[in-house]
Design a protein around this ligand. Structure first.
Ligand code: MRU
Length: 379
């Protein structure tokens, strides 16, 4: 890494338009190596998302938005005049829809992926209605929307941080699971946003970070970025959180999420629901930090959330010098679990904190979003 720079000085996901590339930090190499890689083809983008080189719900959404823009942009149009609008738009549309479906298939649980692609599609289809547009202009509209999705993420996370900060006092202990940090977003993170804002204000929080088996996002990413920011952070194995909470050293749990159903059930990294259950046992408030882009009001409950199942090798050998389980053993490796809404003290969104009953309060959050027409968040 360049001298004087920390991991927080690198952009999680950036567009390099002239190079037709998305530049990401390869998160599978952290914390040992900070390697920036360029994604250019549809396959490279798909693989980077599937292999968790770029991960975390908001960062995946931004990557998909840049991806669909770049893949559509590269379709060559011979006679790009408004007179040829309908014919040219159909050419672009065939590629747009094919690549949208392909990128959308890379990971199933984080709704931000399909949310971002649908948002891009809405802009794209609206361009189809405007016959005065050339395809160069259509491509420019897609670029603007993708950049907007990325920039909005910063404002959204900052707002979640401000609401989250109201739940903390100086000196509090905070536990987090997985990485819902800057590395999972563009800036601040979601679950880490209150922590970063508290750090700016000198709150002196003590943060505890679960290592997060099997892919170690807590140890490799959260502990790394919080430590780089000068936060007092202590790493623990996943099976140590009950012991920690029993000592009274945790005043709040903050976690991110990948999809929240309309009743408040929240899917997040595997192990989150264990933490929530223990937090309830020891009366520690448990907060889910959720941009509205992660809330899926079309699902009545968490039972409808598709949970990604991943390869057995992630449990048996990845990160170990040698295999740590017998050959041929069956492995259960869901990437996410669903925390039941009754274990959640509050869902912190960029439009305020929703509390039970969530079926009502989440609807109210969306009403507020609608009423403000996104003005506070849109940039
Ligand atoms: O499999 P991952 O690393 O993409 O899982 C990430 C999480 O579960 C995060 O908590 C979630 O995406 C929120 S990121 C702000």
């Amino acid at each position: 890494m360049n001298s004087g720079k920390t991991i927080l000085d690198f952009e999680t996901v950036a567009l390099f338009d002239e190079e037709n590339a998305i530049r990401i930090i390869d998160q599978t190499k952290l914390p040992g190596t900070t390697e920036l890689i360029d994604l250019k083809t549809a396959e490279e983008i798909w693989d980077a998302i599937y292999l968790l080189k770029v991960r975390g719900a908001p960062a995946i959404g931004v990557t998909a938005a840049f991806g669909i823009y770049l893949l559509t942009k590269q379709v060559e149009i011979a006679d790009d005049t408004p007179e040829k609008h309908a014919e040219n738009f159909e050419t672009l549309k065939a590629v747009f829809e094919k690549q949208k479906d392909y990128l959308d298939s890379s990971r199933p649980t984080a709704v931000n992926l399909s949310w971002a692609l649908r948002r891009m599609e809405k802009v794209f289809l609206a361009c189809g209605e405007d016959e005065s547009l050339t395809m160069a202009q259509v491509k420019e509209r897609l670029r603007e929307e993708a950049v907007r999705i990325r920039e909005e993420d910063v404002a959204v996370c900052r707002s979640i941080g401000e609401y989250g900060l109201t739940l903390l006092k100086p000196g509090d202990g905070v536990l987090t699971h997985c990485n819902a940090g800057q590395l999972a977003t563009i800036k601040y993170g979601t679950a880490t946003a209150p922590i970063y804002l508290a750090q700016e204000k000198g709150y002196g929080l003590r943060v505890f970070c679960d290592e997060t088996r099997p892919l170690l996002q807590g140890a490799r990413l959260t502990a790394y970025e919080l430590h780089a920011a000068g936060v007092d952070v202590t790493l623990l194995c996943d099976n140590m959180s009950a012991s920690l909470m029993k000592t009274g050293r945790v005043q709040a749990v903050f976690v991110g999420c990948d999809r929240v159903a309309a009743n408040g059930d929240a899917a997040n990294k595997i192990g989150t629901s264990v933490v929530a259950t223990i937090a309830a046992r020891y009366h520690v408030p448990f907060y889910v930090c959720a941009p509205t882009s992660t809330i899926d009001m079309s699902l009545a409950s968490g039972d409808e959330i598709v949970i990604e199942q991943r390869k057995p090798e992630e449990v048996t050998e990845m990160w170990y010098k040698e295999r740590m389980a017998p050959e041929g053993i069956s492995v259960y490796n869901p990437a996410f679990d669903v925390t039941d809404h009754d274990l959640i003290t509050g869902i912190i969104t960029e439009y305020g904190i929703a509390r039970a009953p969530y079926t009502e309060s989440l609807r109210e959050i969306f009403r507020r979003k609608e009423a403000e027409s996104g003005s506070r968040i849109r940039i």
